[in-house]
Design a protein around this ligand. Structure first.
Ligand SMILES: [Zn+2]
Length: 65
């Protein structure tokens, strides 16, 4: 578990969402699964972390066919 305080204190009023876990501005927005009981959106990093926490071993989806 880690928390990062945002150094850049931008007062963006809802224009940019913050990640519910790391509190960083989200460039790529991911919706958490219901069973994660997370309120808000996630950045790609935290989303994939959560995925591997909850579904270890079988979370990578790569388009290699
Ligand atoms: Zn995050």
């Amino acid at each position: 578990m880690f928390f990062i305080r945002t150094k850049k204190s931008k007062d963006t009023l809802g224009s940019k969402e913050k990640c519910a876990i790391c509190n960083e501005e989200i460039t790529m927005r991911f919706n958490p699964m219901k069973e994660w009981s997370i309120d808000g959106s996630l950045c790609g990093d935290c989303y994939s972390k959560k995925l591997s926490e909850h579904y270890p071993g079988d979370h990578t989806r790569v388009n290699l066919e």
